[in-house]
Design a binder for this molecule. Sequence first.
Ligand SMILES: Cc1cc2nc3c(=O)[nH]c(=O)nc-3n(C[C@H](O)[C@H](O)[C@H](O)COP(=O)(O)O)c2cc1C
Length: 225
Amino acid sequence: MRLTVFNGSPRGKTSNTKLLMEQFCRGFLDRPDNQVEVAYLNRTKDLEHQVEMFAKAEHVILAFPLYTDAMPGIVKHFIEALEPLRGRPENPSLGFIVQSGFPEPAHSRYVERYLVKLASRLGCAYHGTAVRGGVEGCQMQPGWMTKKLFNGFYLLGKNCPAEKGFDESILKMLAPWEKMPKGRIAFFRLLNKMGPGNFYWDHQLKQNKAFEQRFARPFIEELKD
Ligand SMILES: Cc1cc2nc3c(=O)[nH]c(=O)nc-3n(C[C@H](O)[C@H](O)[C@H](O)COP(=O)(O)O)c2cc1C
């Protein structure tokens, strides 16, 4: 079987999407004779070639991060370029992976509804959408923290493509709850009060030389004048 993966992250080869898809592909390639090809949608000058890859593909996974509760512009641009392939009987089966920074999968369910429609409009067999929250920061986390996450994607790839689409039990493993449980909210509130809850964002602010101004309110100051 041939799998064509489209990575829709603007970060391309340095993206969290790439890390997750590496695990997915590792699972898929566990079966003998399976093959994978990967395209990065941030290489926008390759758009024509990417559409050709889609046209010739057997199974497609389009994976992207949630950006402002929707998809990155490069993904929308790619989808619009697929218009001429609409309704072809030889179109590939199509599955999606949406991963986000916020931990709650509920944020990604709106774009998921669109993706179901998209597969149907293109005339592709819909393979399902795997949603995963809380992915930002996974590049900095030690192995024991990402083990479960990476294993989930490995299993998803190993079971792909299944006749009835993504395995429900694996989807549930990746998104065990829609809204954060109360106990977890209380834990994070406590962590934030104590300090380490801000570690990741403080690190990002320092890297961007913005840490000292983290409480700045420039527009409020302007209003006072
Ligand atoms: C411009 C921008 C917008 C984002 N918007 C959201 C959002 O609306 N909801 C969310 O949960 N995460 C949001 N994120 C976080 C990303 O989804 C998250 O960091 C993801 O893991 C990035 O994946 P990537 O490295 O593959 O691009 C946003 C990140 C950026 C840079």
